[in-house]
Ligand binder design. Sequence first.
Ligand SMILES: C[S@@+](CC[C@H](N)C(=O)[O-])C[C@H]1O[C@@H](n2cnc3c(N)ncnc32)[C@H](O)[C@@H]1O
Length: 346
Amino acid sequence: MAKPWIPRMHLWEIDDQPWFPSFLRAYVQTGLTHAWTVHIPILQPSSPATIVADILRRMLGASASQRTYIDFCAGAGGPTPSIERALNQRLASSPSTTNGNNVHQVPATASSGVVNSESQAASDTTPSYAAVADPKAKSTTVLDTTEDGDGQVQFVLTDLHPHVESWAAASKQSEHLTYVNHPVDAANAPADLLQQYARKEGSKKGIFRLFNLAFHHFDDNLARAILKNTVETSEGFGIFELQDRTPTGLLTCFIFGFFIFLIAPLLYWWSPVRLFFVYIIPVVPFVLVFDGLISCLRTRTADEVEALLRTCGAPDAENWEVHSGKEQFLWPCGYLNWIVCTKRSV
Ligand SMILES: C[S@@+](CC[C@H](N)C(=O)[O-])C[C@H]1O[C@@H](n2cnc3c(N)ncnc32)[C@H](O)[C@@H]1O
């Protein structure tokens, strides 16, 4: 893939700042969730979340049904509840598939690195992640220990700032979605969580980590630490970003801000306070666009992620395959950039 002419810049995002009010952060996070789950016919082949489910199904092949998917930076839920539904639908309709992927390659038809999605619009509906997390929520772990015997897979939501009410509402919609209701640092994943789902002797099951709109948040040192921990305790991980360091990536952020103004009354008609912060004091669209632009500048290419992976310090790091691609999620210029890394089977 060609190196972007815009260099990577690790600038700061408003949403990450401790001084940014938590109720506004929750509004912004909910906006991101809508960006993943809304499907606008004609302009979108399907929602970006559904495209991610298709990528996982295609790239993981038969092992897709042997993983527990842990989202380490779930925000208000982001795409994960929708990915869970769509992936389990696909696993139910075609339980076994072989993995016909290429290692760190995109098809020759995509001179710009674009892989056209073969996915069709799935029956994903936009869930309501309206509730705001209570940061004082009792710190206990809520985990489903069910071993699925039906070929369906389990998803777990975690974050440094848990959005417990949103996650609880989402997990009520699916027996395959659970969450951890205390802060989880992706750089220091709790041993009990990892032990519960990590691969055991004689079992094919293991962890697949999800980083949706998240990996760009980590500076190089933190990213290496997270990759080391991932390599040591997981079978694979996926980095999914709705932006990149290209002019069209930057343009898509402005289009997203415009959409927020258009569709906010449909999404938030029940909340005058949210509409106030969209139209009267437009903090929410401003932060979404500003942080989106900064996110573009922070997003790494697959080569840059691979360089961090190979130098993360885990003895096994050489034994991982890196797959990557780019799929259009919004006409004319919105592209989902994905990197899927898996441990080579020995
Ligand atoms: C831009 S949001 C993305 C949220 C969600 N995945 C989505 O796509 O809508 C990034 C998230 O990363 C979380 N985060 C940042 N650093 C983290 C860390 N070290 N460990 C866990 N979560 C972290 C933040 O709390 C935030 O919720």
